[in-house]
Ligand binder design. Sequence first.
Ligand code: ATP
Length: 271
Amino acid sequence: PSALRSLFLDTVPVRYSDIGGQASTIQKLRECIEWPLLHPDAFERLGIRPPKGVLLYGPPGCSKTLLVRACATESGVNFMAVKGPELLNKYVGESERAVREIFAKARAASPSIIFFDEIDALATSRSGSDSGGGSHEGVLTSLLNEMDGVQELVGVTVVAATNRPDAIDSALMRPGRLDRILYIGPPDLEGREEILRIRTRKMKVAQDLDIAELARMTDGCSGAEISALCQEAALLTMKKDIDAPLVPYESFLVAARNLKKQITPEVKAQF
Ligand code: ATP
């Protein structure tokens, strides 16, 4: 049986229109993911090397995963997602085999994207081995070997994401590996308005909902927190009245006031 069976995430297609406030990142992602996969001839014609891999970094909940999934959907390429820590919870040698298998599958399914979420788990500085059995070093080496297999890796783009860019082994970021690095930060005012609009699109909400005010109140929040706020507003409403026909503005205000922001100044200072 495949060592990977349990590693792939269930995926509901995400579109660019599901993502608020990330227009310029989407454009950059298209250049370094979509162009090499769908227009390799253009790079060849103009005599430049397409980017091989992309590292996305930034605070938690700021749509890294969402962006890569949307990029795969919109460009119509295959998508494989693997979480770093899941690769490590394996017997000796199993993790390396899993890495080889991922790349083999991605090549067979090209054009394709391999997404390594929480890459820091396996790419963390190569000292000592993991007490859990598989060693970080072995996994990292396999990963680098696969990425360096220049010829065969045509039609496969590797995207990795992390909240801890400082913890990543610099060998991963050499040219020809993760050679594009993009910061994905928390949304600005306009971005937060967009996210609020997207998240309330499918909800039944009061007519007088003041999106602009909610966007101002959520300064410093991640997309994930804004999304959770909308959920919380609906739950508060249900708690008061399980038959409520819609979510009143007041519930959003209460949820916004109760919000504990994850991206504190200390967290932000890390990036
Ligand atoms: P982590 O670093 O914690 O893995 P992440 O940066 O990968 O987080 P996502 O998993 O993409 O973040 O986002 C978490 C959830 O937050 C998404 O599934 C979505 O519901 C919501 N969300 C985040 N950013 C946005 C956004 N820009 N527009 C709409 N929804 C968003």
